[in-house]
Design a protein around this ligand. Structure first.
Ligand code: CA
Length: 233
């Protein structure tokens, strides 16, 4: 199997060197771009497996790079942002980024995110091949066609909103979904109140889904950002 090709978009040389050294020593191939224009060009001409994208670029906003790439490709994008750019991070996820890393990040964290994204990719491919309308993750099984969900073989008694939430999260397994993305999909709008309701529905869903709701296995909270369904090995 070919080594995965990663496009590293970062204008800060020390950070770029840290990333590329990590990639090199961990059996990845990489391409580099120091600005948005080069990033778009490299992404379209080399078809990388994953893009690592810094949001603060000298020539354009990283979110613009995501919108451009999303207009022609679904290739996974992991955003890299400074803590002060929290709103940009959420905007980036809403624009179609798959995951994010906050600076400063550790080499282990970078590698973990890359592995998670690769798993998500291989899972999506397998799912498309099976053309299945049933989602299985650990002990959870969602039968999209039948409109019901099971945990360890027992049917979960979910309200319509809880079921919609579960479907949305499972169809995007491994991907961080923002509050805005979720409320838009569930209620068709995103008001302050909807985010509060979302929290309530998520708590009731977790009570039914998680063995220990205080230590959730399936649904991870990203404080101030949103939620993600984890893929259970
Ligand atoms: Ca930068």
């Amino acid at each position: 199997m070919n080594k995965p090709l990663i496009l590293v978009v970062e204008d800060d040389p020390p950070v770029r060197n840290l990333i590329t050294t990590t990639l090199k020593t961990n059996d990845y191939r990489y391409l580099m771009a120091a600005n948005g224009e080069t990033a778009i060009l490299e992404a379209s001409s080399h078809n990388p497996d994953i893009v690592l994208l810094d949001l603060g670029l000298p020539d354009m906003d990283g979110v613009e790079v995501i919108r451009n790439i999303r207009s022609w490709s679904n290739l996974p994008i992991i955003v890299i942002s400074a803590r002060s750019e929290d709103n940009d991070k959420i905007e980036a996820l809403d624009a179609g980024a798959d995951d994010y890393l906050t600076k400063p990040f550790s080499v282990e964290e970078l590698l973990a995110r890359l592995r998670a994204t690769q798993r998500r990719l291989s899972f999506m491919t397998a799912e498309m091949l099976a053309a299945s309308s049933v989602f299985v993750n650990g002990k959870l099984r969602v039968d999209y066609a039948g409109g019901c969900a099971y945990l360890d073989g027992r049917e979960l008694h979910l309200t319509p909103i809880e079921y919609k939430l579960l479907c949305l999260l499972s169809k995007n397994v491994g991907k961080v979904l923002t509050h805005t993305f979720i409320t838009q999909n569930i209620w068709g709008r995103s008001w302050e109140n909807d985010v509060a309701s979302l929290r309530v529905f998520m708590a009731t869903l977790r009570k039914k889904l998680e063995l220990e709701p205080n230590f959730p296995q399936y649904i991870q909270t990203h404080i101030g950002v949103g939620y993600r369904m984890m893929r259970i090995e």
